[in-house]
Design a protein around this ligand. Structure first.
Ligand code: NAD
Length: 483
């Protein structure tokens, strides 16, 4: 499909996400011709920018992310951008916005198609959705809305937000974005599972002992302590990214790869998600906060963080399902800030078998998502000149040229919104289950906080998080594969 007509209204046009991700992604889609002559972007934010200034910003964003650029292409692209100074709480501003969208629709023959993108602090999402509805901002063609994370901060607030958005948009017009679903190796999970008999046939509870998902960050909260205090690792990383990855790892085989079939398989799995009770949470979940060092602040001493804060910068736990190929298999996750390195990876740990050679390691399948894309399988073979078994890796890696072709997650996902493919977006029924799980853990932790003795180990920065996370396994011999 080429040159899809649309007027995009971007709330948060002066923000970090717009600058670093959305403008470069839109430029690449423009270069591919997906949007070309018949599109306009209205960027809104509070600052009093002019159209010209916005266009300079767009051009800078493209120079910062592209090595070789054709200046004429950039100016042609940037000429489609318009700025409106807008306070999302001021109803009058939506009236002006509507008029501008209408005028640009005529100018660019956009056929009444509207794409709204909420790239702002999540506390504004509900207000924006309400005013899109009461000021009738939707167009006469297609209407779609992209909602950034986090979608609510618990099930009740997510339900409220969903109600505000569904007042103007149908479920199939709402694109709840999770940029992890745009990552190369996350998109590779289903092909890996379902096109290899070697992998598909062992992907079950007879053969898999446990699954481990680690999303580790090197950075601390930096200047975002104020926001982080309202979130924590569980809400910031587990409710969305970790659960999306776990769903792809545990879902049954879809009938085909249409969006409808993939969501149907996910739903089937998530209906069987076990919501953990207090005992399970006590035994198999751990939270922590990074301590300080000679050169870095402890989390509690970061700017805008309460010195008695109980917000976790690390969370680990266990997820289980009663249906699907890995029903009953423990799926462990951990995520945290100030780890020894940035690393997003999945380890599938196979059960041990008896061998005529005595003890041998079992096989692990590892999918590395970041910082590089890689799959490796540990495999046993004979030693060359002495008796015994050695362990090697079978590697699936990308060449430098291939890696250079991998589009950014935002480019992929914006492309999907524009062509109306909802495969890699979160449906409401899925999100609801994730929040039910998170709410159960938050509520157990809240209770512990109220007891006055919360168990929140302080961990040494730039290592592997709190040592207590090594004790969450059901099986005494299990351990984190990535150490
Ligand atoms: P940001 O703080 O850099 O930008 C916020 C934008 O909102 C700015 O344009 C600001 O002018 C505007 N704004 C604030 N208050 C306003 C008001 N009252 N009226 C009108 N405009 C107002 O935030 P960001 O980092 O760009 O993040 C935006 C969203 O994207 C968040 O939901 C975040 O969770 C999500 N996100 C961001 C990233 C990233 O890399 N930055 C990655 C994933 C998800």
């Amino acid at each position: 499909m080429k040159n899809i007509p649309l007027v995009m209204i971007l709330f948060g046009g002066s923000g970090d996400l717009a600058h670093r991700k959305l403008y470069p992604a839109l430029f690449n889609l423009y270069e591919q011709g997906l949007i070309h002559d018949n599109f306009a972007v209205i960027a809104t934010a509070r600052r009093p920018w002019s159209h010209e200034y916005l266009r300079e910003q767009v051009s800078d964003a493209i120079h910062e992310t592209h090595e070789v650029v054709d200046e004429n292409e950039i100016s042609a692209f940037a000429s489609h951008f318009y700025y409106q100074s807008h306070d999302v709480t001021n109803v009058e501003h939506y009236v002006t916005l509507k008029q501008l969208a209408h005028d640009l629709d005529e100018k660019y023959s956009a056929q009444g198609n509207r794409l709204f993108y909420m790239a702002m602090a999540p506390r504004f999402f509900g207000t924006i959705a309400t005013h899109i509805n009461d000021q009738h901002l939707t167009g006469s063609g297609f209407n779609r809305i992209v909602v950034e994370k986090p979608f609510g901060r618990d099930l009740a607030s997510a339900e409220e937000l969903n109600k505000q958005i569904t007042a103007s948009f149908k479920e199939n017009e709402i694109f709840r974005i999770d940029h992890y679903l745009g990552k190369e190796m996350v998109q590779n999970i289903l092909p890996l599972r379902f096109t290899n008999p070697l992998i598909k046939n062992i992907w079950n509870s007879d053969n898999i002992q446990n699954i481990q998902v680690t999303l580790a960050e090197r950075l601390g909260v930096e200047a975002r302590g104020g926001y982080y205090e309202t979130s924590g690792a569980l809400r910031d990383m587990v409710q969305n990214h970790i659960f999306q990855i776990i769903t792809l790892l545990a879902m049954p085989e879809p009938k085909d790869i249409s969006a409808a079939s993939i969501h149907e398989a996910k739903k089937k799995l998530l209906d069987s998600l076990i919501i953990p009770d207090k005992d399970v949470i006590k035994k198999h979940f751990v939270r922590g906060q990074y301590a300080g060092s000679d050169t870095t602040f402890a989390y509690k001493n970061e700017p805008n963080v309460d010195e008695n804060s109980t917000t976790e910068t690390f969370a680990a736990g266990e997820v289980k399902f009663t249906e699907g190929p890995v029903a009953g298999v423990p799926i462990y996750f951990r995520t945290g800030k100030e780890f020894k390195e940035k690393k997003n990876r999945i380890d599938i740990v196979l059960k041990h078998i008896n061998t005529p050679y005595g003890k041998a390691h079992s096989n692990n399948i590892t999918i590395v998502i970041d910082p590089k894309s890689e799959i490796f399988i540990t495999i046993n073979g004979k030693r060359i000149s002495e008796p015994g078994i050695r362990r090697e890796n079978l590697d699936y890696t990308f060449s430098k040229e291939e890696l250079a072709q991998v589009p950014d997650g935002y480019e992929r996902l914006l492309h999907d919104v524009i062509v109306n493919d909802s495969t890699n977006f979160t449906e409401w029924s899925e999100l609801k289950r994730y929040w039910q799980f998170i709410d159960a853990v938050e509520s157990a932790w809240d209770e512990e906080n109220k007891s006055g003795k919360p168990d929140i180990p302080q961990y040494i920065p730039y290592r592997m998080g709190p040592k207590e996370a090594n004790d969450i396994f059901e099986c005494a011999t299990a351990h984190w594969i990535y150490e």
